[in-house]
Design a protein around this ligand. Structure first.
Ligand code: 13P
Length: 247
């Protein structure tokens, strides 16, 4: 199964649902439909209405983050996996570099994953090195640490997807070379196999994915899909990414 996940970040108001309706219309009649899943992560403000609208449709909805506690707590503005699940969402991103930059540590992220799984959300766990780490050849060391510190063998790996998003590639138009990306994804899968003592969960790539460079990425068998930021705000671009991937 391949995944095309659109992360809207701080974008969207109620009527922006028209973008997702167009994507869902394409998805529901696409001849390749059974080969992939389409998931969108709108902001918290839209989670309930969008989740309810797409409940019996093909497209799935998830949140962009969740709080590291179960059910309810006294943390102002915090939103738990329990609350996310109860409004109908099915997925949550965890560990996006934006949230790591705001203070999410490996310990916090592990709790987030634990409570998300407990509340029956599927987790898209994001990892990635920054520019300096890459320049210093520390990429593998950083990725291994991010995976080992937050994931545990006892977690249900069927409910976990890993998204590799090099920070230097997010929103910059810069992407890794195909050969290099292939090696990195293989390395991530090796680490995941080691953690779970069985097959690796799906590993996606994210960072400046668009309808043009997806043609380069599709040559890399190891990639199980994409986490798409900027290009997911346009129904045409998002649909073209899927079309070009299967062309
Ligand atoms: P861009 O596709 O805009 O580079 O964003 C990637 C991302 O951070 C998705 O989570």
């Amino acid at each position: 199964m391949k995944y095309f996940i659109g992360n809207w970040k701080m974008f969207g108001i109620p009527k922006s649902i028209s973008i997702l309706k167009k994507i869902n219309s394409f998805y529901s009649i696409d001849k390749n439909r059974n080969k992939y899943k389409v998931i969108f992560t709108p902001p918290f403000t839209l989670l309930e209405s969008y989740s309810q609208f797409f409940k019996k449709k093909y497209l799935s909805i998830g949140s962009q983050n969740c709080y590291q506690k179960d059910q309810f707590s006294s943390n102002t503005a915090a939103i738990s996996s329990y609350m996310i699940k109860k409004v109908g969402a099915e997925y949550t991103l965890i560990g996006h570099s934006d949230n790591r930059a705001e203070g999410d540590t490996d310990v916090i992220l592990k709790d987030k994953i634990k409570f998300a799984l407990k509340n029956n959300l599927k987790v898209v766990f994001c990892i990635g090195e920054n520019k300096l780490e890459k320049r210093k050849n520390k990429t593998f060391r950083v990725l291994k640490k991010q995976l080992k510190k937050a994931l545990e063998r006892k977690f249900n790996k069927k409910k976990i997807i890993v998204a590799y998003e090099p920070i230097w590639s997010i929103g910059t138009g810069r992407t890794p070379k195909a050969k290099e990306l292939n090696k990195t994804i293989k390395f991530i899968k090796k680490v995941l196999k080691n953690i779970f003592k069985q097959n690796s969960p799906a590993v996606l790539y994210g960072g400046s994915v668009d309808e043009v460079n997806v043609k380069k990425f599709k040559e890399i068998d190891e990639i199980d899909g994409f986490l798409i930021g900027g290009a997911s705000k346009s129904s045409k671009k998002f649909i073209d990414i899927i079309k070009n991937y299967y062309r």
